[in-house]
Write a protein that binds this ligand. Structure first.
Ligand SMILES: [Zn+2]
Length: 321
C-alpha cells in the first residue's frame, strides 16, 4: 500500500541500511490509524526482496510470495485468536522458527504490530532474541501505546516515530479510495490525521450516523414510537450508538445555543428547530448516555433493543410540553 506520508521515513531506513546502521530490532511509534503496520510491511518487503537490500522489485520470487501473502520468512507475533495478549507460547513458537535458516530470502523478518500486547512472561521470553538475534533476522515492532511496552523491550529497540499525515495528505489519499468529498471531510473532522481509520470504518460510521439522525429526528417530530424507531437501529451495536448519540446530543445543544452545525442533517436541524427541546434536559440526557456507555464498558449486560428504546423515550421527555 502506497502511503505518501511514509516516504520520508522509508528513505531514512534506506539511508541507515546503506550505512549498515539499521538495527535488528526496531520500534515504530505513532498514532492509531496512520499505517504503522503498513509502513513496517513495506520495510519488511524491501528487506526480503532478492534484488535488495531495501528494494521492492515486485518480480523476484520473494516479491511474488509477498504479494501472495505466503512468504515463509516473514513471521507475525500477534495474540492468538480469542486472546487479548501475546503469550509466552506464541513467542517460543516464533523464536524456534527464526532459529532455523531462512527458506527463500536471505533474511527473516518478525513483525509485531501492537507490541504493547506482550504480557510480562512473553516479553521476557523474547529479550534474548531481541538482544542477539540470529544472523540476518529483523524484529519490526510498532505501537500506538509505546509507554505500555516493558522498558526491557523498548531499551533493546532502535525507536523511530512515524508522523501523522497532514489534513491535505489525508484528504488526497482518501480521495483515491472514496469519492465523496463531503463525507471525507466530515470523517476527518472526527478522526483528524487518521486516514486509515477513516478508510476502514468510515462507511459503516456514516451509515450508522445517518440512521441515528433519522431516528432522532422522527422522535423529536413525534413520528413513530420509540419502540418502532429503536428497531431501525437494531443492526448496530448499542455501544457504537451510544458514542454517536452522545456526540449528537452535544451538537444539538450547540445548535440550540445558536451555533451553526455542519454535522446535523437538514432534517434533524428542522426537527430540533420545531420541537425546541430544553437544552439543560438534553445535556442531562447526554450525561445519562455517557453513564450507560461506561456501564457497558465495565461489562454490564443490557437488552440492546430495550435500551435504545428507552434512550429515545428519554429524548422525547426533553421536549417541554
Ligand atoms: Zn523483489
Amino acid at each position: 500500500m502506497n502511503l505518501p506520508w511514509h516516504d520520508a521515513l522509508l528513505s531514512r531506513f534506506r539511508q541507515l541500511a546503506d550505512k549498515g546502521e539499521l538495527a535488528h530490532a526496531l520500534l515504530l511509534v505513532g498514532e492509531t490509524g496512520i499505517g504503522k503496520k503498513e509502513c513496517l510491511y513495506s520495510l519488511a518487503s524491501s528487506l526480503l526482496c532478492e534484488e535488495g537490500p531495501l528494494l521492492v522489485c515486485r518480480h523476484c520470487h520473494s516479491c511474488q510470495l509477498l504479494a501472495a501473502e505466503t512468504h515463509p520468512d516473514i513471521h507475525y507475533l500477534v495474540p492468538e485468536e480469542g486472546k487479548a495478549g501475546i503469550t509466552i507460547d506464541t513467542v517460543r513458537a516464533v523464536v524456534e522458527k527464526i532459529n532455523q535458516t531462512a527458506q527463500v530470502a536471505a533474511r527473516k523478518v518478525i513483525l509485531v504490530p501492537d507490541a504493547e500486547r506482550f504480557n510480562r512472561a512473553a516479553a521476557n521470553a523474547l529479550l534474548k532474541s531481541l538482544e542477539e538475534p540470529p544472523p540476518e533476522t529483523f524484529f519490526l515492532l510498532s505501537s500506538a501505546l509505546a509507554g505500555r511496552l516493558p522498558s526491557t523491550i523498548r531499551s533493546r529497540c532502535q525507536i523511530h516515530a512515524l508522523n501523522s499525515p497532514t489534513r491535505e495528505q489525508s484528504r488526497a489519499w482518501l480521495q483515491t479510495h472514496a469519492g465523496d468529498q463531503a463525507a471525507i471531510d466530515e470523517l476527518l473532522s472526527y478522526w483528524p490525521g487518521k486516514p486509515l481509520l477513516v478508510a476502514q470504518q468510515g462507511q459503516q460510521w456514516l451509515e450508522r450516523g445517518a440512521a441515528l439522525q433519522t431516528a432522532v429526528s422522527a422522535t423529536l417530530a413525534g413520528k413513530g414510537t420509540p419502540g418502532k424507531l429503536a428497531k431501525q437501529l437494531s443492526g448496530y451495536s448499542l455501544s457504537d450508538i451510544c458514542a454517536d448519540y452522545y456526540r449528537l446530543l452535544l451538537e444539538m445543544g450547540r445548535f440550540l445555543a445558536g451555533l451553526d452545525s455542519a454535522i446535523l442533517s437538514a432534517e434533524l436541524r428542522d426537527a430540533v428547530h420545531k420541537a425546541r427541546p430544553n437544552a439543560f434536559n438534553l445535556l442531562r440526557h447526554a450525561q445519562d448516555v455517557l453513564g450507560l456507555s461506561r456501564a457497558m464498558q465495565a461489562g454490564s449486560f443490557l437488552n440492546e433493543q430495550l435500551a435504545s428504546e428507552s434512550l429515545l423515550a428519554e429524548l422525547q421527555a426533553c421536549i417541554e410540553q
